[in-house]
Design a protein around this ligand. Structure first.
Ligand code: DGY
Length: 407
């Protein structure tokens, strides 16, 4: 595995654009929020200073509201759509107008435990706190974490969003040219109807000047997200632990975590016996169990009925936790978030398994994830049935979790 360690470090170095890391050349030519947090974690295994720099660059793009954008367009690149001109947020540096899963506190805590860089952590702390407060103020209208765009969930075309997406009107979208399908196989990417809706939601945000009150009240899409709810529960508890290390008051993040946990019943589907995505406007539940439910393990949320379901899902594939239930009609083993297994999600679930002392399951998840990478390389995601490598190659976050966890 020493060769793979070398390759993984080389991928991080090659995707480094000077203080920030792109997810992969071509397909994703800017800084992405949660990709960067994983990059930081990966860098911290061999160049801790560069790891902290990555988080500093990310948080340098934080809005005054506390929001940390999902894309930061440091340099123009005609190979991506929708670029800064389409988002038109007016932010400096130019950025998108939505956020992405708040994994930074979870990984910063682990980086600090490994490197002991308390001063770098201290500099970051108020920014993490402001971001988590933004989630509480602007993305928890009924207690759980909601997303205003599937891209905000980071799990773009996951079946979780099908119901909410079906209600998005695309009649005024107009003409545009996708760039993603020029970089990777179209059958591994979201479909055309999905893309029209993604763009329609962006156009709504732009038209209201990214006014969050308007977006929450009148926006075309708002769904409760089990994955971000679980990530935020864990991230708030990790932020509280960070506060204690720094001698700061830990009560706000602890309260935010407890409030999220108390609101969880709203996401409980009796039909599926799991926490699943739910449309805020209609109250309808998504129709399949996704990796969103599996992230309950990251939050330490224990539920015997759901665990039985998740165990069956895991046993029904060969590699890792799939992003969608293979028994669901919507399952598609190579189409992005509609079935493939994602090394980064496996790494997050493993953090939860480690915390719970579930050694055997953690080991199995690590072994299956490592096998995918050994056989297929550092790809974006993988077919969970036969291990086929999918999406972008030389992918930053896959290299990062190899170094920080899977190797
Ligand atoms: C894309 O362009 O596919 C990204 O996932 C959006 O964040």
């Amino acid at each position: 595995d020493r060769d793979l360690d070398e390759t993984a470090r080389a991928i991080l170095r090659a995707n480094d654009r000077g203080g920030y890391t792109i997810p992969t050349g071509g397909l994703y030519p800017f800084q992405w929020n949660w990709d960067s947090a994983f990059a930081a974690w990966g860098f911290s295994t061999f160049d801790p200073g560069r790891g902290w720099d990555e988080l500093d660059t990310l948080f340098a793009a934080q809005w005054v509201t506390g929001m940390v954008p999902h894309i930061i367009f440091h340099k123009e690149d005609a190979g991506y759509f929708p670029g800064a001109d389409v988002w038109a947020t007016g932010a400096t540096p130019p950025s998108s107008g939505i956020s992405q899963p708040p994994v930074a506190a979870i990984l910063a805590r682990r980086m600090h435990e490994a490197t002991g860089d308390t001063e770098r952590l201290r500099a970051l702390y108020p920014k993490l706190l402001a971001w988590h407060r933004w989630w509480r103020d602007w993305r928890c209208p009924n207690g759980v974490a909601c997303v205003t765009h599937p891209w905000e969930s980071g799990r773009d075309n996951c079946p979780d969003w099908d119901l909410g997406m079906a209600r998005v009107d695309t009649s005024d979208v107009g003409e545009y040219t996708r760039r993603d399908t020029g970089h990777v196989d179209a059958s591994m990417r979201p479909g055309k109807e999905d893309y029209d809706r993604y763009i329609a939601i962006v156009q709504f945000g732009r038209a209201c000047g990214w006014d969050q009150e308007t977006i929450l009240r009148d926006g075309p899409f708002l769904m409760g997200d089990p994955a971000i709810t679980f990530i935020l529960i864990r991230a708030n508890r990790d932020l509280a632990a960070i506060a204690r290390v720094l001698g700061e008051d830990d009560s706000s993040p602890l309260r935010w975590a407890d409030d999220l946990e108390a609101a969880l019943p709203w996401l409980w589907s009796d039909a599926l016996q799991a926490y699943v995505a739910r449309d805020v406007a209609t109250g309808s539940f998504a129709s399949a169990i996704s990796s969103g439910a599996a992230l309950g393990l990251l939050a330490g949320v224990e539920n015997a009925a759901m665990e039985a379901r998740l165990a069956r899902i895991w046993d029904s594939v060969r590699y890792g936790i799939p992003s969608n239930d293979p028994a669901a009609d919507s399952f598609d083993p190579r189409r992005y978030w509609r079935g493939p297994t994602w090394p980064v999600v496996n790494a997050l679930i493993a953090i939860g398994l480690q915390s719970a002392g579930r050694v055997e399951e953690e080991r199995r998840l690590r072994r299956e994830t490592a096998e995918l990478i050994r056989q297929g390389g550092f790809f974006e995601y993988f077919d969970p049935l036969d291990g086929t490598a999918c999406g972008g190659d030389n992918f930053t976050w896959t290299a990062a979790i190899w170094l920080a966890w899977a190797n």
